[in-house]
Design a protein around this ligand. Structure first.
Ligand SMILES: Cc1cc2nc3c(=O)[nH]c(=O)nc-3n(C[C@H](O)[C@H](O)[C@H](O)COP(=O)(O)OP(=O)(O)OC[C@H]3O[C@@H](n4cnc5c(N)ncnc54)[C@H](O)[C@@H]3O)c2cc1C
Length: 641
């Protein structure tokens, strides 16, 4: 099979005019009866899915909205802590739409698409206006204006926040809008329903098969278009900062049906999580990047120094981020800060409690600002830390270490957020589109709401207006065939009756991913990962222990379904990392680094998006490409020094 070059369908004209022109050039669906007749499935109720479902409902479409939690407001977006970016320039510190665009392109190490990123920056200001109008309680200054703080990789303050609960407050806004539509009858909610497959009729996405997670019933749902907003898949590493329920199943099953998967090797390892303390853990807890506004990161200068932090005098501490990156200091982007922590720990310089931890110290901030100001900014994060570790961060520095956090890879989409399957749109963290090889802090919430509130409603309307779809019901043969596949898959899992639990196999996968496909990768390690994941997949299909049946609530079955997909996705991540013979953003190849240990990109050979095609179980996937064209920024070596 040969490599195809994908067309992202980027509209012509100057960068700043593309989106407005596109909105005018493309058809609309008239309000009233025309919209009511059209059904749109939205899978996901986070900021991207919930925002899209509420907006499409408000516009008058018939929306079916699915999630695996018991309520839409438990989507993983609820966990987001630090903030959301927007180019409002309230601080008058030099921010602008172009600067937000530029910072995001540079932050992503020049591996994202200019037109999408510019649109994101353009839409950012409207997100704040809409959220405020919905009552989201952003932090304010004394005079009433909205307050801002800084996040990594930028030199302006453009992050809007609600203490350390920004995701929760934004999601409550989405949830209120969604409930209004449920009441109005435009949105039907399907909580505790897991999409297990995509139904394609005559080349177009026309529905899904979902399992009712309470009764175990497998059901068919037909529609005119399908939107996947199912979030990220960091739990492929087993331990991550994501909710344990975050998963890849919806996008992976769509991939198996023909949707290409892009840049799977770009994963973000966040520099500041509570360190891993033991094998009993099922997840890691994030300490928001906002803490690096005031916290200073350091390790003891002397290798193997296990004194308590307060016993180490100032001149024996190495504030390594300030030393190595004087221009950005503690606010370097995540990929840089995470790797720098690894470099120190690899030299046996670390916090006292674990060889895999460094200090984040608020001593100076408390002296400068006072305890009350620090508590006002970060109080809930400090309380969370104290509950987990038992140390009081007002008195002793926090211990932190990098952890898998965000997946920049996802289903390939064009400018219209349409995948390679017509009628299948992908929004939020589930697509690959805006963050290149590294996402800047506070940009995921921005993308989720930009996609959900503004982009999906417009591009899906254009598709529906132009597609001239024939009516298709869930009685169509295609639905029966896919439902049969889902049932067969479930029976296959239940019939193994082996000896290893889902958790044991998932742990093994996580260890391989962290060791070989984690913060630093190399050829031999990646080849080893591919072999080992293949063997583990064999073990999964021959020795999995599952109890219960499919006719009831069965958590093990749910987890096994997701793990089966992770075992394929994990291998694709390793293949993609092996193919990409350069270092960029979160993808660091030991073979491709500068003399001082920084990432060495290869723009001549790798300035493209990879887009993998599924070719069958245990068969090698085929890679296609989208060439990245930069007309508005100059490709430079990323420097935060
Ligand atoms: C701890 C933490 C803190 C963060 N803090 C920030 C921050 O401060 N700022 C920022 O910009 N970003 C932050 N992020 C990233 C950000 O929270 C996420 O990228 C973003 O919320 C993802 O939103 P989403 O709508 O794409 O998906 P999600 O919020 O993950 O929602 C996914 C939805 O899909 C549903 N779903 C999944 N699979 C299926 C299926 N098969 N069938 C049915 N439904 C399904 C789920 O039930 C859920 O409703 C943080 C991430 C973490 C882990």
């Amino acid at each position: 099979m040969s490599t195809r070059i994908l067309d992202a369908k980027i509209p012509g004209g100057p960068l700043a005019d593309k989106w407005d022109k596109h909105k005018i050039d493309n058809p609309l669906v008239a309000p009233g009866g025309n919209r009511r007749k059209l059904t749109i499935i939205v899978v996901g109720t986070g900021l991207a899915g919930g925002g899209a479902a509420a907006t499409l409902g408000e516009l008058g479409y018939n929306v079916l909205n699915f999630c695996i939690q018991d309520t839409p407001r438990r989507a993983h977006s609820v966990a987001a802590q630090g903030g959301i970016n927007a180019a409002k320039n309230y601080q008058n510190d030099g921010d602008s739409t172009f600067r937000l665009f530029y910072d995001t392109i540079k932050g992503g190490d020049y591996r994202s698409r200019e037109a999408n990123v510019y649109r994101l920056a353009q839409l950012s200001a409207g997100i704040i206006d809409q959220s405020v109008a919905m009552g989201v309680p952003f932090a304010r200054e004394y005079g009433g204006t909205l307050s801002n703080r800084s996040f990594g990789g930028v030199q302006v303050s453009r992050t809007f926040y609600a203490r350390g609960q920004t995701g929760q407050q934004l999601l409550l806004g989405v949830y209120s809008a969604l409930n209004r539509q449920v009441e109005a009858g435009t949105v039907r909610m399907f909580p505790r329903h897991e999409m297990l497959d995509l139904v394609i009729v005559e080349g177009r996405a026309r529905g899904i098969i979902a399992r009712d997670l309470v009764s175990g019933e497998v059901k068919r749902y037909a529609a005119d278009a399908v939107v996947l907003a199912t979030g990220g898949y960091s739990p492929v590493f087993y331990l991550s900062t994501n909710a344990v329920n975050s998963n890849a199943t919806a996008i992976w099953r769509a991939h198996r049906r023909g949707a290409l998967f892009s840049n799977p090797c770009y994963t973000q390892i966040h520099p500041t999580a509570v360190p891993h303390m033991g094998d009993y853990q099922s997840k890691l807890t994030l300490m928001s990047e906002s803490l690096r506004n005031d916290g200073r990161v350091w390790v003891p200068k002397k290798p193997g120094d296990t004194r308590r932090p307060n016993e180490i005098p100032e001149n024996e501490r190495d504030y390594y981020l300030e030393r190595r990156y004087p221009a950005f200091g503690n606010l370097v982007p995540r990929d840089i800060a995470a790797r720098a922590a690894k470099v120190e720990c690899d030299q046996d310089k670390h916090a006292y409690m674990s060889p895999y931890s460094v200090y984040l110290d608020f001593g100076d901030a408390i002296k400068r600002l006072g305890r009350d100001v620090v508590a006002d900014r970060y109080g809930n994060l400090f309380a969370m830390y104290e509950e987990i570790i038992g140390d009081n961060p007002y008195e002793a520095p926090m211990m932190i270490y990098p952890a898998p956090h965000y997946t920049m890879g996802g289903l390939w989409v064009d400018y219209n957020l349409q995948s390679t399957i017509e009628g299948l749109f992908v929004a939020g963290e589930a697509n690959f589109s805006d963050h290149g090889a590294n996402r800047l802090g506070a940009s995921a919430l921005m993308q989720g709401l930009a996609d959900g509130y503004f982009v999906v409603p417009r591009v899906v309307a254009s598709y529906l207006a132009g597609a001239k779809l024939k009516p298709v019901s869930a009685d169509h043969d295609a639905f029966k065939a896919v439902e049969d596949d889902v049932r067969r898959h479930t029976q296959r899992l239940l019939s193994i009756k082996g000896g290893r639990t889902v958790r044991e196999i998932h742990w093994d996968l996580g260890r391989i991913m962290w060791d070989k496909v984690g913060m630093a990768r190399n050829r031999a390690g990646l080849q080893e990962a591919i072999t080992k994941i293949g063997q583990l997949r064999g073990q999964f299909w021959n020795d999995l222990a599952l109890s219960g049946t499919d006719g009831d609530m069965n958590k093990q079955l749910e987890q096994a379904n997701r793990l089966g997909d992770y075992l394929e996705l994990g291998e694709l991540m390793a293949r993609d990392a092996l193919m990409r013979e350069e270092s960029c953003g979160g993808h660091f190849r030991d073979e491709h680094q500068t003399e001082d240990g920084e990432a060495r990109r290869d723009d001549a050979n790798f300035c493209f998006v990879s887009a993998w095609e599924y070719t069958g179980e245990n068969k090698e996937p085929v890679m296609h490409k989208e060439d990245l064209v930069f007309e508005n920024v100059e490709l430079k070596t990323r420097s935060y020094k």
